[in-house]
Design a protein around this ligand. Structure first.
Ligand SMILES: Cc1cc2nc3c(=O)[nH]c(=O)nc-3n(C[C@H](O)[C@H](O)[C@H](O)COP(=O)(O)OP(=O)(O)OC[C@H]3O[C@@H](n4cnc5c(N)ncnc54)[C@H](O)[C@@H]3O)c2cc1C
Length: 318
């Protein structure tokens, strides 16, 4: 019986905030299956990261140090992870459903010929014929229904949607092992990084202003941004806003975007499709501005402002 693996993602040489949530998923499977729980990570300066990865309940920490590697070099990292998987026998590999980890593990899945289920929200472990079977639960058909998936074969990769505000308990004492990387070049050369600070601040923001397609106009979006600045809020938006380049993809709220837990969310020109509202968790106070009185967002919001935002925003800015 293989171990349960949790991939600890290293982003920009820092342990990702998804760790706490990933460990929770791993512990849930460990409890139901009795399997060994192994946390693994690849990146640079791994020795310095050991303390930040000693999550309580984890039996083994398997690390691979690759000097100078960047988390965007998914071609090189996928070779490294594939080598690590040759050394440790996993039956289930849990991976955060971040853009980078999904891209990395799609390559790993191809290299190792392992089936992969993406974007799961929960897991349900059952013992069948003495062997643990981890069922994967995920929203499908535009989040209209939840489906349960199983992967055929001896192992599986599952990407999990995480709550990045779960703080890991780092009081564990796992056995620590290093696996040597035999070396592979990357076709990706990192020339420069343009830091998008709003991504990190979106996760911790107490107040978020979400712009929808109705704000897709220079003047209107400019007022939305000015208003957000005025009240100290972070600007996020719906998928059309990201698809059309008005906001970075990372700031898209929703099922295929980011899940956030602000205290207050103000929406401007967002219709309120379920794929958008799926991204607003933690029961925030929602104030919605929309010119259509029948917009679904009004069935979700606490306060409804039925008005054209071109009239509302100048008043708010005063
Ligand atoms: C698999 C899948 C995943 C998806 N994932 C996501 C996701 O993660 N996030 C997401 O957002 N969507 C997602 N979508 C898309 C989703 O279904 C909707 O199409 C999208 O959320 C609509 O965005 P919107 O509300 O900005 O635009 P629209 O639905 O076009 O709504 C625009 C709103 O603006 C209002 N409006 C227009 N002008 C004004 C004005 N001047 N003042 C005030 N109000 C105005 C209109 O009345 C309308 O209600 C997904 C879809 C699928 C199928």
């Amino acid at each position: 019986m293989g171990a349960i693996g949790i991939f600890a993602e290293i982003i920009d040489n820092t342990i990702s905030n998804s760790l706490g949530s990933m460990v929770e998923f791993g512990l849930k499977v460990k409890e139901a299956s009795g399997s060994e729980l192994v946390l693994f990570a690849v990146g640079q300066d791994m020795k310095e990261k050991e303390a930040g990865l000693k999550a309580a309940g984890v039996d083994r920490l398997v690390l691979m140090d690759i000097p100078g590697v960047s988390y965007v070099q998914t071609d090189k990292l996928s070779c490294a992870v594939a080598e690590l998987l040759d050394k440790v026998e996993f039956s289930t590999i849990l991976v955060p459903a971040s853009h980078t980890a999904r891209s990395l593990f799609a390559r790993v899945a191809m290299k190792k010929n392992i089936g992969m289920t993406a974007d799961c929200t929960d897991l349900d472990t059952e013992i069948i014929d003495g062997k643990p079977v981890v069922h994967q639960i995920k929203p499908s058909f535009g989040a209209q229904i939840m489906v349960t998936c199983d992967v055929e074969g001896d192992s599986e990769i599952i990407t999990m949607r995480t709550d990045d505000q779960v703080v890991p308990d780092l009081s564990g004492d796992p056995v620590i092992e290093y696996v040597e990387f035999s070396g592979a070049d990357s076709a990706i050369e990192v020339v420069d990084f343009e830091k998008n600070d709003s991504v990190n601040s979106l996760h911790s923001a107490e107040v978020v202003v979400c712009a929808g397609r109705g704000a897709m106009d220079e003047e209107r979006f400019d007022m939305v941004k000015k208003y957000a600045e005025k009240i100290g809020a972070v600007v996020a938006g719906s998928r059309p806003m990201a698809d059309n380049g008005w906001i970075p993809f990372e700031n898209q709220v929703g099922q295929s975007g980011t899940v956030i837990r602000p205290k207050v969310a103000l929406t401007f020109g967002v219709s309120g499709a379920i794929q958008f509202t799926e991204g607003l968790k933690g029961n925030p106070l929602i104030i919605a501005v929309n010119s259509d009185e029948h917009a679904p967002i009004f069935g979700f919001a606490d306060y409804a402002v039925i008005a054209d935002m071109s009239e509302v925003l100048p008043e708010l800015l005063k």
